[in-house]
Design a protein around this ligand. Structure first.
Ligand code: PRP
Length: 174
């Protein structure tokens, strides 16, 4: 097992992203939409970071989407198991994802939310497995680009149900 990003790396990157997002959303009241389950730790850190930097009027909602189950291969057919409860028409939405891999999950989520008429829609993916992308999806904010295609665990990402609480991000063999 190899540490890819330490807690210090993660903290620093979240603060950098928070700086950009705070400036981009100045004067707006965005809704951060966390894609569960993987995004809950990132969303909590990001929310507090932007608040500290002055973006205090942020609403939060969650959407649960799954396409991996306990396995390591996407079935490319994401399904919603829990929908947002916010009326998002006319709102400035920021999708918060832990990782983008094939792109199927984000494409599905972006399409679903777009159909509801938001004022704007942007996406943050903390990890980007760019080499594995099968469909193009717009991602405005990226934490780290993964080189090679290791299976990763920690900071919200699971390795077969467990390991989401690992504070750093590690590479694992499936
Ligand atoms: C993971 C991850 C993303 C998705 C990315 O979710 O959180 O949502 O896979 O993969 P893709 O780009 O190939 O679609 P998963 O289905 O494992 O659910 P989880 O967040 O509950 O772990």
């Amino acid at each position: 097992m190899k540490t890819l990003y330490s807690t210090t790396d993660i903290e620093k990157r979240v603060l950098e992203l928070a700086d950009t997002i705070t400036s981009d959303y100045r004067g707006k009241k965005p809704v951060f939409i966390g894609v569960l389950k993987g995004s809950f730790i990132l969303l909590a850190d990001l929310l507090r970071a932007v608040y500290t930097k002055g973006l205090t009027e942020v609403a939060v909602d969650f959407l649960t989407v799954s396409s991996y189950g306990l396995g390591t291969e996407s079935n490319r057919k994401p399904t919603v198991t829990h929908d947002v409860t916010t009326d998002i028409a006319g709102k400035d939405l920021l999708i918060v994802e832990d990782i983008v891999d094939t792109g199927y999950t984000l494409q599905f989520v972006q399409q679903l939310l777009k159909e509801r008429g938001p004022h704007s829609l942007k996406t943050l993916a903390f990890l980007d497995k760019i080499e594995r992308r099968e469909i193009e999806v717009p991602v405005e904010y990226i934490g780290f680009r993964l080189v090679g295609t290791p299976w990763v665990e920690g900071y919200g990402l699971d390795g077969g149900a467990f390991g989401r609480g690992r504070p750093e991000i590690v590479a694992k063999t499936p």
